[in-house]
Ligand binder design. Structure first.
Ligand code: ACO
Length: 322
């Protein structure tokens, strides 16, 4: 068993939908401005009592059901999230308790929007070494909880959700390769400047809200996402023509279009859920993958490139045969 393979996917979006027209009543913006600058029309927002683990559980159960795998057969759970229910225990640990896969390894990964790509790559390493046979990998976020809903430059961009995959050891790929990167020098372009050891403050200036230099993040994201795609393809001796589907992080439709253009990849081969999901951070890639698997675009045997870029900065890609 040299490889790991995705058996099935799952996804979950909270019931409440927040449309651009609703945001017009909250901040000085317009539905057209949001749509033109981002491609976003609506986003899902978790109910007040709904936590990241609630979202993760729904997506995980759907993936397990689609894979016909019992929770007890899972021996590794990784949850990628920036918005855990508690400082500890991890969401993965809570999820394990809810699913009843007691005893298996469970931990969270924090790489913001690149979190799921990091988590899937980690699961792949565990499976390739033989340490794990069957892993549940989840990206789940309640990003709405770290948004200042009076800041029009950030509140229009994000939504809540969860996506999950079940990954199993296999004789054939599966996951072909993965590449992970980070550059901590750009911290202040995209961050939540509050935390455990630096302290929280409930006043507006230092509250735990996303702060972002939008246009700088935009430029960095486009350059990085096209570079990481080329890097992983070259390392695998493949070209963009070998890719059936690109599943990128869903931050902004203009970033998707600019990245596809730089790669000379037709937009028909890019999975785009920005308009209805907005940016769900670590949940965005597995949610988009789940949508495309369920609507039949991504078929068994297709070559798929997952890629993401996020706070840190972090970025990465996973190349796989679905
Ligand atoms: N409604 C109306 N006007 C607005 C809004 C709004 N919601 N937000 C900003 N503006 C105004 C600005 O104040 C500015 O006005 P000014 O020219 O009078 O100063 C004007 O619109 C243009 O602002 P820009 O920031 O230059 O607009 P831009 O075209 O860059 O679009 C956006 C802004 C959508 C935020 C874009 O920069 C973007 O998507 N950046 C990337 C963001 C992103 O992807 N972040 C997440 C990364 S992943 C992660 O890890 C979380």
């Amino acid at each position: 068993m040299k490889y790991s393979k995705i058996l099935a996917t799952g996804g979950y979006l909270p019931e409440k939908v927040l449309r651009n027209a609703d945001l017009e009543k909250m901040v000085a913006t317009s539905a057209e401005w949001i749509w033109e600058r981002t491609g976003i029309e609506e986003r899902h927002i978790a109910a007040p009592q709904e936590t990241t683990c609630d979202l993760a559980e729904q997506a995980a159960r759907q993936a397990l059901q689609a894979a016909a795998v019992e929770p007890a057969a899972i021996d590794l759970i990784i949850v990628a999230t920036t918005t855990p229910d508690y400082i500890f225990p991890s969401v993965a640990s809570q999820l394990q308790e809810r699913l009843g896969s007691y005893g298996c390894a469970a931990f969270d990964v924090q790489a913001v929007c690149t979190g799921f790509v990091y988590a899937l790559s980690i699961a792949d390493q565990f499976i390739r070494t033989g340490a794990t046979r069957r892993a549940l990998v989840v990206g789940a976020e309640t990003f709405s909880r770290i948004i200042n809903w009076q800041d029009r430059s950030t509140c229009i961009l994000f939504g809540d959700g969860a996506g999950a995959v079940v990954v199993e050891a296999a004789d054939e790929p599966g996951i072909l390769s993965s590449r992970l990167h980070a550059d901590g020098r750009h911290r202040e372009l995209l961050w939540v400047p509050a935390g455990v050891s630096t302290g929280y403050d409930t006043t507006r200036q230092n509250a735990a809200y996303v702060a972002m230099s939008g246009s700088e993040v935009f430029k960095f994201a486009v350059n990085t996402l096209s570079r990481i795609a080329r890097e992983i393809l070259e390392a695998s001796r493949m070209t963009i023509a070998d890719i059936d589907w690109l599943v990128p992080h869903q931050a902004n439709e203009r970033i998707l279009v600019a990245t596809a253009r730089k790669l000379h990849l037709p937009l028909e081969r890019v999975i785009n859920t920005v308009s209805t999901h907005a940016n769900t951070s670590a949940a965005s890639v597995p949610l988009a993958l789940d949508v495309a698997v369920r609507d039949g675009r991504i078929q068994r045997g297709d070559t798929v490139l997952l890629e993401a870029f996020g706070g840190g900065f972090t970025w990465g890609a996973v190349l796989l045969n679905y």
